[in-house]
Ligand binder design. Structure first.
Ligand code: 4AD
Ligand code: MG
Length: 431
């Protein structure tokens, strides 16, 4: 009896017979020998069917097994330096559970829209597979960093009564006999949790009805959001640079083969170590003006502006103290210069731009009430949030790291649509 094995573990089965349950990724034949590339979700491996070494029925099946046929393969694991992965399966039997006639994603090139229409199948391909493995590692690395740094996970709700990031990008839904909104950020609830637990984070999907069709905008994206009581902007940035550096190092260490499949130049990632450079919004505007960008003090940065700034550094760069007018209502004004806020964005290098937004929150009741009014928000919806400024309010800070933006940078993607298993874009909600 052959033992069941996963492709990722075959090295420990050298010289033994195993059973691999998977799919045919590709095949070729020289008549008397059929070569199959098998995949089982954990990896890819070459299997060889030599006439006479397996029953005739199985040999025939190997010769006809189409791409993506579901197969159970039994064979001997042999070390072979020429084989990708270093091991090969010498087939002793092959059972085809189901063929895959007319599989639409052939191994030739397809257009992006065609691939996106077949995203449910596309994720089987080596590149997408590698990418989603890097994504899983990135998420685990963020969570492990925070879990071992004294943060408590406190989940935030998805259905919310009010805006966290401004009213223009809210998704409104029916909530029985009233309306509600899909969350844009767990931050406001995180602030309540931080006053209960000190250091907290939430991780979940967030939704923005942004009518932008760019390389970096998703309608549904995932965000990890730490929040800390008794924490000012500078202390917050220190956590951000430590977390990003730790996460990059772990992904490079544990997902090197996947990054190689993606063609990522990891030497660029290996340079990512704290401290990260810090520039002010004012300096960033001057830098852009010198480079001929048509931006004036007070404007928010567009994607080309962020790209330009981030290309000037090998490390992620913090841009600090944006004008209050281009940021959310909860941002703490700089006491020395109230027209700017104690907030910062972190821009990833190589032109990727913003991956983190965050900063210090207003902890004073009256100031927060004034800001809520100035932003045209309904104070009645924020009663509980204002309570946090009535009962033991303290300076606190936090940030949100967008998983897909961060993955796009780490994996060297051209477009964010591949950074999530099933992207929701302005004109796409299928599959
Ligand atoms: O800068 P943002 O809007 O900040 C917040 O939501 C804060 N409440 C977070 C906090 O302080 N707890 O979003 C944070 C990050 C961005 O830096 C970006 O990485 C990502 O979320 N993001 C998007 N990712 C993909 N598609 C979009 N449309 C995104 N909008 C923001
Ligand atoms: Mg932002």
């Amino acid at each position: 009896m052959a033992e069941g094995a996963f492709i990722r573990d075959v090295a420990s089965f050298e010289g033994r017979e195993v059973e691999i349950r998977g799919w045919v990724y590709n095949s070729r034949s020289s008549g008397r020998i059929h070569f199959l590339i098998l995949r089982d979700g954990t990896g890819f491996m070459q299997a060889v069917a030599v006439q006479g070494q397996l029953p005739d029925r199985a040999f025939q099946a190997a010769g006809f097994a189409p791409q993506e046929a579901a197969v159970v393969a039994r064979g001997l694991v042999r070390a072979d330096r020429r084989a990708p992965g270093g091991y090969e399966l010498e087939l002793r039997d092959l059972e085809v559970l189901q063929g895959s006639p007319g599989y639409p994603l052939t191994l030739k090139e397809h257009g992006v829209e065609f691939l996106m229409d077949h995203r449910h199948l596309w994720i089987r391909s080596p590149r997408q597979h590698a990418l989603l493995r890097v994504r899983a590692e990135l998420i685990a690395a963020c969570r492990d960093f925070l879990d071992s740094d004294g943060f408590t996970l406190v989940d935030a709700p998805i259905l919310t009564p009010a805006a966290a990031e401004g009213t223009t990008t809210l998704f409104e839904i029916r909530y029985f006999d009233r309306s509600a909104y899909l969350t844009q950020s767990g931050q406001l609830y995180n602030e309540a949790a931080a006053m209960a637990f000190g250091k907290v984070y939430c991780y979940g999907p967030t939704f923005r009805a942004e009518k932008s069709k760019t390389r970096r905008h998703l309608i549904e994206f995932w965000m990890i959001e730490p929040e800390m009581a008794y924490c000012d902007l500078e202390q917050c940035l220190e956590v951000e640079e430590r977390m990003v550096s730790a996460v990059v190092a772990r992904v490079v260490e544990r997902r090197r083969p996947e990054l190689a499949v993606l063609g990522r130049d990891v030497s660029k990632l290996e340079k990512i170590r704290p401290p990260f450079p810090r520039i002010s919004y004012d300096e960033a505007v001057e830098m852009l003006q010198r480079a001929g960008h048509s931006i004036k003090w007070g404007d928010d940065f567009g994607a080309p502006d962020e790209s330009y700034i981030s290309q000037q550094f090998d490390l992620p760069v913090f841009v600090l103290r944006y004008p209050a007018a281009c940021k959310a209502f909860y941002m703490q004004p700089d006491p020395a210069r109230p027209e700017v806020v104690l907030g910062a964005d972190l821009l990833a290098p190589e032109g990727y731009g913003e991956i983190i937004g965050g900063g210090q929150r207003i902890h004073d009741l009256e100031l927060l009430q004034a800001r809520i009014r100035e932003h045209g928000l309904n104070e009645a919806n924020y009663g509980w949030y204002l309570d946090l400024r009535r009962y033991g309010s303290v300076p606190h800070s936090g940030f949100g790291l967008g998983i897909e933006r961060t993955l796009a940078w780490m994996a060297g993607l051209e477009h964010i649509r591949e950074a999530i298993p099933f992207p929701r874009l302005l004109h796409r909600i299928y599959p």
